[in-house]
Write a protein that binds this ligand. Structure first.
Ligand SMILES: Nc1nc(=O)c2ncn([C@@H]3O[C@H](COP(=O)(O)OP(=O)(O)O[C@H]4O[C@H](CO)[C@@H](O)[C@H](O)[C@H]4O)[C@@H](O)[C@H]3O)c2[nH]1
Length: 244
């Protein structure tokens, strides 16, 4: 697992990152901005996962605001068929380029669903008693959010997520649509619309970190442009499809 955050001391946010030391830890912490710079070459350090405990899994107790399991019945040629699915919200994601850090800005957070799915995979591969460290479910993702507010344009939701998760206030006009795709087509098919925006520390409006009221604890990390290919190909780093 390549993931860790280590405070390397104060560096002025507007000066950009200090270069990661070749033999040093996996990340450098940029003082005031709190953005961690990933160094893919440096491994062995872990995400601090001690805020998570007491995880257990049970069947859905009733209706959920986030997922709705459904069965779809249809006829294909002469055959009657049934397809089970999970209705979920569409989403937006934003590929953020930080001009000062010369890096893509990503978010990292604990994903309970990843923990459950990855545990199942590990148990299939290694046997039923195998366990997954909690750190295996802290995934790297594009800044993103679900589309669940009627009346808001997708760009407006993207702007809100950039502010909430990453702490930058950016003008709506500077959020440019890249493309969109369908996620989990076998079980959901929800569309994710992906945007691109450039940021720098002059746009900082807060620390980011997600919606504390909803319990989000999101780390903002910077992936230097020259490490993007290695990052994508390194399967030991848990990541979402959007980030690839
Ligand atoms: N799913 C869920 N179950 C709960 O019980 C549950 N209980 C509370 N919540 C809250 O729902 C909100 C959803 O957060 P976001 O709007 O920031 O959306 P993301 O979770 O980041 O998901 C997006 O980005 C992902 C990465 O690209 C994509 O994979 C997704 O498709 C895409 O939607 C959070 O405030 C979370 O606290 C639950 N959410």
């Amino acid at each position: 697992m390549a993931s860790a955050a280590v405070d390397q001391g104060e560096v002025r946010a507007d000066e950009g990152p200090t270069p990661a030391s070749p033999s040093g830890p996996g990340y450098e912490l940029i003082g005031k901005s709190g953005v961690k710079i990933i160094d893919i070459a440096a491994k062995g350090l872990e995400v601090t996962a001690n805020s998570i405990s007491g995880l257990r899994v049970e069947p859905l107790p009733g209706p959920s605001a986030f997922v709705k399991p459904k069965s779809i019945y249809f006829q294909q040629q002469t055959r009657k068929r049934r397809w089970d699915m999970v209705e979920s919200h569409p989403s937006v994601s934003i590929l953020l380029y930080h001009k000062g850090f010369k890096a893509a800005l990503l978010v990292r957070q604990f994903r309970p669903a990843v923990y459950v799915s990855e545990t199942k995979r590990v148990q299939l591969e290694e046997g039923p008693t195998a366990t997954l460290p909690l750190t295996g479910a802290f995934t790297y993702e594009l800044c993103a959010g679900i589309v669940d507010k009627p009346g808001l344009k997708l760009e407006e939701i993207a702007k809100e997520e950039i502010r909430e998760e990453c702490g930058y206030d950016i003008p709506l006009q500077s959020i440019r649509k890249l493309t969109s795709w369908l996620s989990a087509v076998g079980i959901s098919g929800a569309r994710q619309t992906c945007y691109y925006a450039e940021i720098d520390e002059s746009m900082r409006a807060g620390r980011g970190g997600g919606n504390l009221v909803e319990g989000e604890e999101i780390d903002v990390v910077a992936l230097p442009v020259d490490q993007i290919d290695k990052f994508i190909m390194d399967e030991s780093i848990p990541k979402s499809t959007g980030v690839i």
